[in-house]
Design a protein. Sequence first.
Length: 181
Amino acid sequence: MLAIQVAELRFATEEGVLVFDGLSFGVVRDGFVWVVGPTGSGKTLLLRILLGEVRPHGGQILLLGRNILRLSRRKLQALRRKIGYMPEEPSALFGRTVLGNLQFKLRALGIGAEARTEAVERALDLAGLHGHEDDRVENLPQLELKRLELALALCPDCSILFADDPLRNLAEGAKEEFLNV
């Protein structure tokens, strides 16, 4: 079964520059795909379209079997809870700890205390952040900051994970370590 299916995607800028014209692809569940290209080629735009933040000019986008272009705003928001997103720029809240960031996100989503504890443990496990719960974001080395961004994207329990340039600003050895996570 496909987790992501894009058919005949079309998008042009306000200036009329055609960015996507007939783009089609599918990603199976448990699949792993890199989208690569030069700066300005539309990689981040594609993510924003898949997240429902930007509306394409044509095509069809199915995420987890749901056509996001036909969903109401409320239903799209519900679907987005199943989609983790690791933005290019850090989104963690400085002045808070790793644990504080995860709990803040889950409280904002209305996740109850028991489920919140489980989601935090799962995210810490998956991102390899155990032992860093009390570390303040501003004191985290770059690799651990990326791991926190990953943990934030994974919770409470995502079925699809989008990561926009996740290896940016990481040293060569740290890139390999992050990819192993």
